[in-house]
Design a protein around this ligand. Structure first.
Ligand SMILES: [Zn+2]
Length: 148
């Protein structure tokens, strides 16, 4: 179990190109929060703020996000809560539990938007969008470019 730790939050108009570690960026205008995965893997995690996505609480000093952030699509599979400018690690989840969360998210979505808007097939739950850190380009990639 990893130790919980404090983070910074920053209200911004636009997301900066480079996100600082241990900082939660929040754009009210775009109803979005972004951060670099708090496990330190470098992935960019985007949490849309909406009735069926994440809800943001600002108490005047600190921010909280609800529900927890589960980056199932990342190799690190990080799962934590952001509560009052603190990262609180969640216990590991089994694949079955993850499926349960996804089903509950489907249910919330249908309840909010009404069944008529729910796609007939698989409804994707609110999901973080992630960008893995770009790898430094190697010599061979450089070489291959020369022959394009
Ligand atoms: Zn990570």
């Amino acid at each position: 179990m990893r130790a919980n730790f404090a983070i910074e939050h920053a209200f911004v108009d636009f997301m900066p190109d480079v996100l600082e570690e241990r900082t939660l960026y929040i754009s009210i205008e775009f109803a979005t929060a972004s951060h670099r995965c708090f496990c330190g893997c470098g992935a960019e995690v985007v949490t849309p703020i909406s009735p069926v996505g994440w809800q943001l609480t600002f108490d005047g000093e600190t921010v909280s996000l609800s529900p927890s952030v589960g980056s199932w699509s990342l190799p690190c599979q990080s799962h934590y809560w952001i509560r009052r400018d603190m990262v609180e690690w969640a216990p590991g989840m089994t694949a079955e539990e993850i499926a349960g969360v996804r089903r509950r998210d489907d249910f919330d979505r249908v309840r909010h938007y009404g069944a008529y808007e729910a796609p007939a097939k698989v409804v994707e739950p609110p999901k973080v969008e992630v960008t893995l850190p770009s790898k430094p380009r190697g010599f061979f990639a450089w070489l291959a470019d020369l022959f394009r």
